[in-house]
Design a binder for this molecule. Sequence first.
Ligand code: ADP
Ligand code: MG
Length: 353
Amino acid sequence: MEEFKNTFTDVNEMGEFGLIDHLMEGFECKKESTVKGVGDDAAVIKAGDEYMVVSTDLLVEGIHFDLMYSPLKHLGYKAVVVNLSDIYAMNGRAEQITVSIALSSKFSVEALDELYAGIREACRIYNVDLVGGDTTSSPKGLTISVTAIGRVSPNDITYRSGAKKGDILCITGDLGAAYLGLQILEREKQLYMSNPGIQPDLENQKYLLERQLKPEAQKHSVEFFKKNGLKPTAMIDISDGLASDLMHICKASGVGAYVEEGKIPIKDEAQLMAIKFKLDPVTTALNGGEDYELLFTVDEKDLEKIRFMPGVYIIGEITDEEEGLKLHTTGGNIHPLKAQGWKHFEKNEDSQN
Ligand code: ADP
Ligand code: MG
């Protein structure tokens, strides 16, 4: 038995991105219509004069959501929104989705009606059509996979790879709230498990809980770019955390960047709740994840246009690759910015992503 132990590699050793790179070895894109394969928020495929952008995500019960505190309607809504977010991250217009589910016998038709009420609501609000999917049984729990399809003109397509030195680093909204919402829900779950008679104390934190349970994608930002003739040089959506997602832009673009600590947008309720949880609000904003804001870079010449963009924050600048990723603290110090991200393959069932 001993020699078998040495033959197999634990997926944990590679991490998510190392594993994807490993699995992709030996694949090459040969079709003339494949513009961009693996490595951005969505794949890019030629479709007439336009590009089609396609992105898919998988949500697994016990890993990505917990039905003890995620209402099924919100879950359906979130499953769609997190996919649309990847289409917007390409500067695309989302148009269709497919939804596939695998479910165990514990789910009733009424429960699935709730899930689909959330999916329907997202389709209505984001103006996309549900055009297909698949349904199957599963030995345990619920798995939802959504694929989103969008369109974008070759002039407007925005990759992770276009950032250059001197570009302004921007974000479409505040960070850290979704992670703190999750902390509240997890805390109340633990208390409930140890004493089921107890009433949950959600502390009137509507904003933090909504950011976690029912996030929104940045459709309006993409519409603003189009309307104002503004093209970001690079863009990604913040799913894993600012530090991790900025690292993706820097890696893909071959650049460095700095973020000014004092410019990171954090809502007051997030600041206060972070402190209550004995967390540093800035660390929460940098590494929390699931904010689904867009992180993008624009050429210096577009500074004036960006100033008029509603809800946008300028948080830093792109530098040379050798400079790496830096955090300029409010105290005047410079720290390396480390992407903690999530450990995707933790054996712990409650891990994220
Ligand atoms: P995002 O966080 O924007 O959804 P991911 O981090 O999930 O992106 O994925 C990064 C890239 O790797 C994407 O281009 C995605 O399509 C690709 N990818 C992820 N998992 C696989 C897989 N099992 N096989 C092929 N490509 C994958
Ligand atoms: Mg993404």
